[in-house]
Design a protein around this ligand. Structure first.
Ligand code: WTA
Length: 637
C-alpha cells in the first residue's frame, strides 16, 4: 500500500452524500430514478426476493428513448459521436442523425422478423454501426448480445447457441494494427449450420470480399430503404436489455442478463457523480464495446447525458505510440477513461511522447478493469494529468452493470490514494469479510462482498437461475460474492487485490482458465490441459499453459505451433498463451483437482508451499524438469 495522499476534487454537492443514501438506499435510488424518462411510473421501487431483485416494478421505459430522443428534444444538432478509424477515416454523428439511423435499423430488424424478447447477436468492430445496432435492438425490445471481435468461431458458436439468436449483425471485417480481421468469415465458420439463425446482416466496412449465402443480406440495401421513424416500445423496467457473456470458473461462459430500468438508473447516476459530466465535455473511453465497460460507459451512460464522445477503432499505439495523445490533442478530450494495461503500455514509451503534445484539455482521468499499480497511478496523475486531474479508479464487473466503488469528483472533494478505488458509491453497500462471512478488521485481506441489492445488478444468468444462485449467492448467505480479494484500510478506503478465483485478467480482458483449458482439450492430440496466469509487467497477467499429450503423440515445435493456432481459432487471439509447456503429468489433489496455485508458483519461479495433498509428487518434478528444459532452450536461442 502506498500512503501518499492527493487531496483533489471539484466541489461539494450535499444532495448526494453517502451518508444520506445510507439512511435508506431504496428511497435514495427512487429519487435518482426520477432523472430518467419513464412512460409510466413504477409502483414499487424494489421487489427483493433474494437473490432476485426487480427494480422499479411496473415502470415502463425504453433505453434508446433515454439515450437519443431525450437529447433530441433538447438539441438534436449536438454531436454524439466523433469517430476515427485506424486508417484515419473520420465521421461525426449528431444525436438527431443517430436517432434516425437507429430507427432505420430498428425497422430493418422488424422486417427481418425480430420481435420483442428475441435475441440478436452483434459481432462488429468499433464503428458507429455497433452502437446503432444495440440501440435499434433496445428500441424494439429485442435483447442484444454483443460478442467482442477478439473472440473466434467456437466461442461465437457457443454464445449463439446459448442465446438462440435469430439474427446476427456483422461486418466484412475490422481494422487492427494495419491488418484486416475477417469478421464475416469467422461468423460463417461459427454459425453457418445453425438452423435457428435466420438472417445475417453484413455491414461493408473494410471492402473485403465476403461470401454471401442465402441467409446473408447486405446492411446498406436493407437499412437505406427503411423508415426513419420507429416508435420506441414501452418496456417493463425489468425487461432484459442485453446478455453479455463473461468468463467464470467453469468452461462455459455465463450469459450475464441485464434489465432496463434499474440498469439505466445506475448508469445515469454513476456517470454524473464519477465523471462530473458537463455539456462542453469531450469524453473518451478506450474500452471496446464488446466488454461491459463499452456497453455501460460508451453506449448507455454518455448518451443518456447527451455527451459528445470520441470512438476509435484500432490500436491506440498504431501506427505510432503517439496515437492516443494525438487523439487527445486533436479532439481536445476532457475526460479520458482507460485501463491499467493501456497505461502501462503508454508509460513504457516514455514521457517525451505525451510531453510533446498539448494535453491541457484533460480535466478528469479514469481507470477500470484491473488493479492499478501505485507507480502507474502516479504517472497518470503527473505526466498525463499534470497534477490537476483527479484519477478516478472505478471498481466494478460485468455483473454489477456499473461502477460500485469509485471517487466522485462530480460530487465531493476527497483525498485520493494511489492504488485505491476509494469508497463505495452512494446507495452501494459493501464489506470485506473472511471465509465465514464475518466482517474483517481494517487492513486485513479478505473477500469483497455486496451486502444489499443495487439497481445495476444482473437479473440472473441467461436461462440458468440455478447457476446464478450458485456462482454469486452460495458462498455467503444473502451477500453477493464478486470473486475479488480486497482490503479496507483504517479510513474505510478499499484496495482491490485481484481475483480470488480462476478468472484471469489479461490485458484487461476477462478470461476463465477453464475456458482456455477446454479449448486446448478439444484438440485431437491433447489429453489434459491446465492454465494459470502469472504476473506480467504490461498486461497485468499472462497466460501459461501446461499440456499432457495423448498416448503416442510425439511432441514437436510444429505441434506446439498448431496448438497455439488452435486456441486462437477456437477461443480467440486474446487467449494466446505466452508460454506453452508440454509435460507428462499434472499436479492434482487427491480429489483430482488440478493444483493451479502450484503451477503458478512453478511458472513464476517461486517457492512451492505445502504439497502434502498431492497425489503424486513426481508430477511437480515433471513440471520442473519441463520448465528447466524450456528455460535452457530459451537461453540457448
Ligand atoms: C477487476 C470490468 C481492481 C476485478 C469492468 C473484477 C478491478 C473484474 C477494477 C471484472 C479496479 C475491475 N481495480 N480490479 N478498478 N475494475 N476489476 O467483468 O477483478 O470484465 O472482478 O468488468 O475486473 O471484470 P469485468
Amino acid at each position: 500500500m502506498d500512503d501518499t495522499s492527493y487531496f483533489i476534487g471539484l466541489g461539494n454537492n450535499d444532495t448526494v452524500t453517502r451518508k444520506k443514501a445510507g439512511q435508506d438506499y431504496v428511497k435514495f435510488w427512487e429519487a435518482e430514478a426520477r432523472n430518467l424518462h419513464w412512460f409510466e411510473k413504477w409502483n414499487d421501487v424494489l421487489d427483493w426476493n433474494p437473490p432476485f431483485a426487480r427494480w422499479f416494478v411496473n415502470g415502463k421505459i425504453n433505453a434508446s428513448y433515454n439515450a437519443l430522443d431525450v437529447q433530441c428534444n433538447k438539441n438534436g444538432k449536438k454531436v454524439a459521436i466523433l469517430w476515427e478509424g485506424e486508417n484515419g477515416d473520420r465521421r461525426s454523428i449528431t444525436y438527431q442523425e443517430l436517432l434516425n439511423y437507429v430507427c432505420k435499423v430498428a425497422n430493418t430488424l422488424k422486417s427481418l422478423g425480430v420481435k420483442k424478447g428475441d435475441r440478436v447477436t452483434v459481432y462488429l468492430p468499433m464503428i458507429p454501426e455497433l452502437i446503432v445496432s444495440m440501440l435499434a435492438c433496445a428500441r424494439i425490445g429485442a435483447i442484444h448480445t454483443v460478442i467482442f471481435s477478439g473472440f473466434s468461431s467456437q466461442s461465437i458458436r457457443d454464445r449463439v447457441i446459448d442465446s438462440k439468436s435469430k439474427v446476427i449483425i456483422t461486418a466484412d471485417g475490422g481494422f487492427r494494427r494495419g491488418e484486416i480481421v475477417k469478421l464475416k468469415q469467422v461468423i460463417d465458420e461459427a454459425v453457418s449450420d445453425l438452423d435457428f439463425v435466420e438472417h445475417i446482416l453484413v455491414y461493408e466496412h473494410t471492402k473485403t470480399p465476403v461470401h454471401m449465402g442465402k441467409k446473408d443480406s447486405p446492411w446498406n440495401s436493407l437499412v437505406n430503404g427503411a423508415l426513419e421513424q420507429c416508435e420506441p416500445e414501452k418496456l417493463d423496467s425489468t425487461h432484459p436489455l442485453y446478455i453479455l457473456y463473461t468468463s467464470g470458473t467453469t468452461g462455459k461462459p455465463k450469459g450475464v442478463l441485464h434489465g432496463t430500468g434499474g440498469y439505466l438508473v445506475h448508469l445515469y447516476s454513476t456517470f454524473k457523480w464519477i465523471f462530473d459530466i458537463r455539456d462542453t465535455d469531450i469524453y473518451f473511453c478506450t474500452a471496446d464495446i464488446g466488454w461491459v465497460t463499452g456497453h455501460s460507459y460508451v453506449v448507455y451512460a454518455p448518451l443518456m447525458h447527451g455527451a459528445t464522445q470520441v470512438i476509435f477503432e484500432g490500436a491506440l499505439v498504431f501506427p505510432t505510440p503517439a496515437r492516443i495523445w494525438d487523439l487527445v490533442e486533436r479532439y481536445k478530450i476532457t475526460i479520458l477513461y482507460t485501463t491499467p494495461t493501456a497505461l502501462r503500455m503508454f508509460m513504457k514509451y516514455g514521457d517525451s511522447l505525451p510531453n510533446s503534445k498539448d494535453l491541457s484539455s484533460l480535466r478528469l482521468l479514469g481507470t477500470v478493469g484491473e488493479p492499478i499499480n501505485p507507480q502507474v497511478w502516479k504517472w497518470y496523475f503527473k505526466t498525463i494529468g499534470k497534477e490537476k486531474c483527479p484519477i478516478i479508479d472505478t471498481w466494478w464487473q460485468t455483473e454489477t452493470g456499473g461502477a460500485l466503488v469509485s471517487p466522485m469528483p462530480g460530487v465531493e472533494t476527497i483525498t485520493l490514494k494511489p492504488g485505491s478505488a476509494t469508497l463505495p458509491l452512494p446507495g452501494i453497500n459493501v464489506s470485506v469479510v473472511d471465509e465465514h462471512g464475518n466482517d474483517l478488521p481494517p487492513e486485513t485481506k479478505g473477500y469483497l462482498v455486496v451486502t444489499k441489492p443495487w439497481p445495476g445488478m444482473l437479473l440472473s444468468l441467461w436461462n440458468d437461475d440455478e447457476k446464478y444462485k450458485t456462482v454469486y449467492w452460495s458462498k455467503y448467505k444473502s451477500m453477493y460474492y464478486p470473486g475479488d480479494y480486497a482490503i479496507m484500510d483504517k479510513d474505510g478506503y478499499l484496495w482491490m487485490l485481484g481475483r480470488a478465483d480462476d478468472v484471469l485478467k489479461v490485458a484487461g480482458h476477462r478470461l476463465g482458465t477453464a475456458e482456455i483449458e477446454s479449448g486446448f482439450v478439444s484438440h485431437k492430440s491433447v489429453a489434459e490441459a491446465a492454465v494459470c496466469g502469472i504476473p506480467h509487467e504490461v498486461k497485468g497477467e499472462s497466460i501459461i499453459v501446461f499440456l499432457v499429450l495423448k498416448e503416442g503423440v510425439v511432441q514437436s515445435k510444429q505441434l506446439e505451433d498448431e496448438l497455439i493456432q488452435h486456441i486462437r481459432n477456437v477461443v480467440g487471439p486474446i487467449a494466446t498463451p505466452d508460454h506453452l509447456y508440454i509435460v507428462s503429468k499434472l499436479p492434482k489433489t487427491r480429489s483430482g483437482k488440478i493444483m493451479r496455485r502450484l503451477l503458478k508458483s512453478v511458472a513464476s519461479n517461486e517457492q512451492i508451499g505445502d504439497i502434502s495433498t498431492l497425489e503424486d509428487e513426481a508430477a511437480i518434478d515433471d513440471i520442473r524438469t519441463a520448465f528447466a528444459e524450456l528455460q535452457n532452450t530459451i537461453q540457448k536461442n
